[in-house]
Design a protein around this ligand. Structure first.
Ligand SMILES: NC(=O)c1ccc[n+]([C@@H]2O[C@H](COP(=O)([O-])OP(=O)(O)OC[C@H]3O[C@@H](n4cnc5c(N)ncnc54)[C@H](OP(=O)(O)O)[C@@H]3O)[C@@H](O)[C@H]2O)c1
Length: 263
């Protein structure tokens, strides 16, 4: 019997993280679902079990280094090994120009989007080395594009990409990638459309509103499948790269491996 792969997914209570968990469940993986909303995590855990996976719910904040350590400790206690970490938890706000951004909200964005991955990886790295494991850091097009009034988010994602490169160079036994998941129909986009009014330029806001109105936002299942595949099978020679979820080197084998439908 092959070993069951074990994956920690941060931000697994909804959106992209929940979709990643469901694909992994479909192939019988064990997942630790890490986020702040306990009820939502419990609902995702029920889906995971129905799809054939095993789930551990861990309610915590990735901005807290102690919570990240505990997530790893509980995973190892429950499942005995760790094959991959998906750093998917993210927040977009504050939505404000640098000149009027609130300092504590800017700091919290960096704490979630950049320090969180560092804390979780720091805690997981020795267990990951034992499996020659994988780390998938969910980044964004914002890492390389200037989105006005989203300086913390853009800076955090740019730093996450370069952190991934440095980590890949330091850890030759691990496969470390950053991924752009596209523009995805999740609560993060709801927040941009709702709170962007009056803050973003009409052109910027219109771009996001039109994607939603025209049905052009990506469904979380699509980048979720690509990221789930990278967590289980991401090739070693991708390590250090910033990848696109729809790169055919990823999307094709992901479709082949997981199939088109979840259930
Ligand atoms: N949606 C897009 O268009 C888009 C585009 C590019 C990149 N991304 C990236 O994709 C990832 C997933 O975002 P999404 O679109 O699925 O957004 P979402 O629906 O808002 O989900 C964000 C997830 O992160 C969790 N989270 C937020 N802060 C957390 C914290 N401090 N500790 C633990 N968990 C936390 C949330 O759970 P709780 O609130 O329960 O903690 C939730 O599960 C993010 O890294 C985001 O930057 C999204």
């Amino acid at each position: 019997m092959p070993e069951i792969p074990v994956v920690i997914i941060s931000g697994a209570s909804r959106g992209l993280g929940a979709a990643i968990a469901r694909w992994l469940a479909k192939v019988g993986a064990a997942v630790t679902l890490f986020a702040r909303s306990g009820d939502a995590l419990a609902a995702v855990a029920r889906d995971v079990q129905q799809l054939g996976g095993a789930a551990l719910v861990y309610k915590g904040d990735v901005a807290d280094a102690g919570d990240c350590r505990t997530a790893v400790v509980r995973t190892l206690e429950r499942f005995g090994r760790l094959d991959a970490v998906v750093n998917n938890a993210g927040v977009f706000e504050p939505l404000a120009p640098v000149s009027s951004s609130e300092v504590d909200r800017w700091q919290y964005n960096i704490a979630v989007n950049l320090l969180g991955p560092f804390y979780l990886i720091r805690a997981a790295i020795s267990a990951l080395r034992e499996q020659s494991g994988r780390i998938v850091n969910v980044s964004s097009g914002a890492a390389t594009t200037s989105i006005k009034n989203a300086s913390a988010y853009c800076a955090a994602k740019a730093a996450l990409n370069h952190f991934s490169r440095v980590l890949a160079a330091e850890e030759p036994r691990l496969t470390v990638v950053a991924v752009r998941p596209g523009v995805v129909d999740t609560q993060m986009q709801d927040i941009i459309r709702q709170k962007g009014a009056g803050v973003m330029s009409a052109e910027q806001l219109g771009y996001y509103q039109n994607l939603k109105a025209n049905g052009q936002l990506e469904k979380p299942q699509v980048p979720g499948r690509a990221i789930a595949w990278l967590a289980l099978h991401g090739p070693r020679d991708f390590s250090g790269q910033f990848l696109d979820y729809d790169d055919p080197r990823i999307s094709r084998p992901a479709l082949e491996f997981f199939g088109a439908q979840l259930a």
